[in-house]
Structures are given as structure tokens and as C-alpha cells.
Design a protein. Structure first.
Length: 221
């Protein structure tokens, strides 16, 4: 059986320069994360505040923790002291809460705006238009740094549709980078692509992929 370490090494070797790997470790035990860490992985993605805090307490301190799932406002305070990047900002209200909690720790928290492009009602996120309007709120949020955007393609076997949705995200990223965020050095991340579609995402311009199942196997709920 291929080990977690082997999967990490294969992935790291296959990713082009400039593409960051987030190992999606949610629902996997600490031992699995430690194995990935020992193989050189330093960036892990979790989607539950409680689980993230518990893992951060016992795992090495140089891990860069990313929050990748839907985030409730009342959970922001739990991760605010140490979170490196929040991928799933889907409302102005949530941005304001992150700003408030970051201020308490005298930190600037990096975030990605979640964009809704998939043809599924279950996906969260800003519309393209809301994204453009958001730039006006930035002066009110000194403790938040909008570092890019994140989006998920529709769960489908239709590769053309997946590619089309990733392309839309990439176009929006470039538009925002040249427009609303042209004065921001930090706006540099396009987070798209998971275990089943990360190769297409990279071809369409992704700079950060979130891979879980390929590394750790199916989740243990």
C-alpha cells in the first residue's frame, strides 16, 4: 500500500513551480498529519474550528494552518490567534468578524474571498459583482488582508464544464488583481482544485490546490 509520505512526495514532485499544496487533513487523525509532516508537508487544511484547535495544540508549531470549510462567525475567535489563511470568506459580515478578532490579537489575518461559480445551490460565496464592490470596504478592515480568491467547480464528470468554471475564476482573479486590488502586494492566490480536479485547475491557472483524499485516503468520519 502506498504510504501518505509517498503520496506527498509524488504530489510535491509533480506540482509546477508556483503552485502550493494544501494537504486537506480534516477528519484524519493526528498520526496521519504527523506522517505527512515528516515527509516535508507544512501546510494543512481543516474545516472545523474545534478539530483545528485540537490538532494545532499537539502538532509541530511551524505548521501553517489553513481554514477551508464554511466558517461560522462565532468560531472565528477560536482560530484567530494562529490561523495562517482562511479560504472561505463568503460574506462581508464574516470579513468584519475576522477583522474584529484579529485586532484583539494585534494580527493581520490573510483571507481568500470564496467565489460562487459552480452550478450548484449548495456552494457558498460572493458573486463576481459583489467581489468588485467589496474593495470599497477595505479601509474599514485594517486587520484583514485579502490575499486572493477561492472557488470550487461543480461536482461533475464533465471536464469541459469544470475547465470553464476554473477559467471564469482565473479571469476574475486577473481582473481583480489589475483593478480593485492593484495596490495590494498580497493579492496573489488563486485557490482552486481538489483531489479529483486539481490537474485541470493547475492548467487553468491555480496557484494553490487543496488535496485530501489522494494523500490520506477516504476520510474516517
Amino acid at each position: 500500500m502506498t504510504s501518505i509520505a509517498q503520496h506527498i512526495k509524488e504530489l510535491q514532485a509533480s506540482l509546477p513551480a508556483g503552485v502550493t499544496l494544501v494537504a486537506v487533513s480534516k477528519f484524519h487523525p493526528v498520526e496521519a498529519l504527523q506522517e505527512a509532516y515528516d515527509a516535508g508537508q507544512r501546510i494543512f487544511g481543516e474545516s472545523r474550528a474545534q478539530e483545528l484547535v485540537a490538532k494545532a495544540r499537539v502538532l509541530p508549531k511551524d505548521i501553517e494552518w489553513h481554514f477551508i470549510g464554511p466558517l461560522q462567525s462565532n468560531k472565528v475567535k477560536d482560530i484567530a490567534p494562529f490561523i495562517h489563511l482562511i479560504h472561505s470568506i463568503d460574506s462581508v459580515k464574516l470579513l468584519q468578524e475576522v477583522n474584529k478578532q484579529a485586532a484583539k490579537h494585534d494580527r493581520v489575518i490573510r483571507v481568500l474571498l470564496e467565489i460562487h461559480v459552480a452550478e450548484e445551490e449548495t456552494k457558498h460565496g460572493f458573486s463576481v459583482e459583489e467581489c468588485r464592490e467589496l474593495a470599497a470596504h477595505l479601509p474599514e478592515l485594517p486587520h484583514v488582508s485579502i490575499s486572493g480568491i477561492m472557488g470550487m467547480a461543480t461536482q461533475t464528470d464533465d471536464e469541459a464544464q469544470i475547465r470553464r468554471e476554473f477559467r471564469t475564476l482565473h479571469q476574475l482573479f486577473e481582473e481583480l488583481k489589475a483593478g480593485a486590488f492593484k495596490d495590494s502586494d498580497d493579492f496573489s492566490i488563486l485557490s482552486m482544485g481538489m483531489s479529483h480536479d486539481y490537474r485541470i485547475a493547475i492548467e487553468e491557472g491555480s496557484t494553490m490546490v487543496r488535496v485530501g483524499t489522494y494523500i490520506f485516503g477516504e476520510r474516517e468520519y
